[in-house]
Ligand binder design. Sequence first.
Ligand code: VGL
Ligand code: ZN
Length: 210
Amino acid sequence: MQMRPGDDDLLLIIDVQNDFCPGGALAVADGDAVVPVINRLAERFAHIALTQDWHPSGHSSFATSHPGAAPFETIRMPYGQQTLWPDHCVQGTPGAAFHPQLATERAELVIRKGFRPEIDSYSAFYENDRRTPTGLAGYLRERGLQRIFLAGLATDFCVHYSAVDARRLGFEAVVVEAGCRAIDLAGSLDAAWTAMAAAGVQRVKDVAAI
Ligand code: VGL
Ligand code: ZN
């Protein structure tokens, strides 16, 4: 398959926000290392979109919203199992802002997610009930964008869910590994790569591979 990005291709940069970088509220190990990789990658794309995790304070995915619960525990929500997180990416806070070195100027769309208090949203396409759409699929279809390259944070949550949903919706999906870093909770990174492969998500190592 032709990997070189063309006019039907989009680079979807997932959640490269301060709270997921070292020093942030839900820091991903080495999370800021994705920034130069993604900036180089972005130069190759005609179309770029960003996602931004964007929670109201008191969001139901925050452990602090569940008395007695601790971050990284799993609870049952009406829509299924949900990992609880430290408070992060609260709307309008510095932690929710994009990493200051991320080149955001050429992005054509910023899609915010996780703004409904009662439901989390890992995927750029659907909230965690896997049925409430964000609108991104309609946007991509209307613009004739068919293949989505993904990079960002975190590999095993928002990148993973977004890539699998892209396939479920009939888009091609390619994850650029060097542009991703993982949280890796209890084997979640291995499980994510397995699930992505099963869904037909392609995996490339680096910018040089495309
Ligand atoms: C994410 C956990 C909670 C992510 C967002 O961007 O992968 N993970 N919210
Ligand atoms: Zn979140």
